[in-house]
Design a protein around this ligand. Structure first.
Ligand SMILES: [Zn+2]
Length: 463
């Protein structure tokens, strides 16, 4: 029976009362939280547990990134400063088509390193090529994921998808998703789950959307989908279907509580109500919206969605469209972005941003009973933030949560425990050769860029 006692830190529980415990402790047995309280009270109850000293640290539940592309790691820098269509058709779709399974595997190992260093213990991947390679990497790194196979079956003549990535038919997409689910759902001690997914509403037939929704119901999981991403995305859907994305889903009688909709950057008040009535979940990605000009920060309906009761969680999206993986930054951009967009300094308190990065993420992945807070019975996913870091000095009690949202960054994450296992200890991965992973990704990225021959060049001269 493996026991851990994380002791002596300030424990930000995110429990029902949102307690913050000074000189707190979290006891873990077999990957699950078995006690949360004062260190002095817990120490005698767990005398033989391995102790993780957390004095001078803030102990948080692991962040949950509800929109995060593990397969795009080698695309870092491939799609900066371009239009939506350039991003899709000139950069990322050709990139997807050129990836080998081993490219994805090594990229996903790097992805795991970046996530864990950011305190992200669980992510939802809306799918890309070779998801089984992502699963292998997640199993090895030790974090938690809701993975999927991307499916897309609509490839119009004027904007064809690369043959290598597109689904030949809804039936084929369904069969491939079932195979991936059968192979990987519940693996790595339950850390890996597999959901249904449709890559994007712009390239999906109604048959595919309905088939994936039915599969999600059958397997009691979610469907991940990019929807209402930007004005360009919406214009395509409107030209093809005569409706905006959310109205289109509603018209198919396909809006449901199974959808995890990424972005929803450009929706109106009526669509907010449609989402609320259906119980659909939204992954808001402010960093990627700012990088790629989606409009989610300036014109998104985040306060309206929350007021209507919609679960809105956070996503860092991808290194090809953010390009950072830093949930602290995402919380800052969420709260700061909404305050700036509405010219209202009190519309979005820091505590709400932290809730969206943790509890709401768990709800969005239908895992609120397992993840998202430090409470007895939940899986033991914990992040220890260095409270002695310069960025967090001084740190007043009343400013603790605002400090995490407005001052801290991923560089302040010291130790990460996932499923009761210390995956990052004092900023080092005890079980991974980080230098080798970085070297392998550099070599693979070089080979990939040479065979891709993308229309990209430095705007400044190199000598
Ligand atoms: Zn995405």
């Amino acid at each position: 029976m493996a026991e851990l006692l994380v002791t002596g830190g300030v424990v930000v529980t995110l429990d029902a009362r949102r307690r913050i415990i000074r000189d707190g402790a979290v006891a873990i047995r077999d990957g699950r939280i078995v006690a949360v309280g004062k260190a002095t009270a817990l120490a005698p109850q767990f005398p033989t547990a391995e102790r993780i000293e957390a004095a001078d640290h803030i102990v948080l539940p692991g962040f949950i990134d509800t929109h995060q592309h593990a397969t795009q790691m080698l695309a870092k820098g491939l799609a900066d400063d371009c239009t939506f269509w350039q991003w899709c058709y000139e950069r990322i779709f050709p990139y997807d088509a050129a990836l080998s399974e081993e490219d994805v595997y090594w990229g996903a190992l790097l992805h795991g390193l970046e996530l864990v260093r950011s305190g992200i213990t669980c992510f939802a991947d809306p799918g890309g090529p070779h998801p089984e390679a992502v699963a292998r990497a997640v199993a090895e790194v030790g974090h938690r994921a809701v993975l999927s196979l991307h499916t897309w079956d609509r490839s119009p003549a004027d904007r064809p998808l690369p043959e290598a990535v597109r689904s030949p038919s809804p039936a084929a997409a369904l069969a491939a998703t079932r195979r991936f689910m059968d192979a990987w759902d519940g693996q790595a001690g339950g850390r890996i789950r597999v959901s249904a997914a449709v890559r994007t509403l712009t390239n999906a037939s109604p048959e595919l959307l309905r088939a994936m929704l039915a599969l999600a119901r059958e397997r009691d999981t979610i469907v991940q989908l990019h929807a209402a991403v930007s004005d360009s995305h919406n214009q395509w859907v409107q030209a093809e279907t005569g409706r905006t994305p959310i109205r289109y889903l509603a018209s198919l009688d396909a809006l449901s509580d199974r959808w995890l909709l990424a972005h929803c950057a450009r929706i109106d008040d009526e669509e907010v109500q449609l989402l609320a009535r259906a119980g659909a979940k939204v992954a808001h990605c402010p960093g990627s919206s700012l990088h790629s000009a989606y409009g989610a920060v300036a014109q998104g309906k985040i306060p309206e969605l929350l007021a209507a009761g919609v679960t809105v969680a956070l996503g860092c999206d991808a290194v090809a469209s953010n390009n950072r993986i830093d949930m602290f930054q995402e919380m800052f951009l969420l709260a700061g972005g909404q305050k700036d967009a509405r010219r209202d300094g009190v519309i979005f308190p820091a505590e709400q941003a932290l809730e969206m990065a943790t509890r709401a993420g768990a709800s969005a992945l239908l895992a609120a009973d397992q993840l998202g807070s430090l409470e007895v019975g939940k899986r033991a996913d914990l992040v220890l933030v260095d409270a002695r870091a310069p960025a967090l000095t001084p740190l007043y009690d009343f400013a603790l949560v605002p400090g995490l949202v407005y001052c801290a960054s991923k560089h302040d994450v010291a130790t990460v425990i996932i499923d009761g296992r210390v995956v990052l200890r004092d900023r080092r991965f005890p079980h991974l050769d980080e230098a080798r992973i970085l070297a392998e990704v550099r070599a693979r990225a070089q080979a990939l860029i040479e065979r891709l021959a993308l229309p990209v060049a430095s705007r400044w001269p190199w000598e």
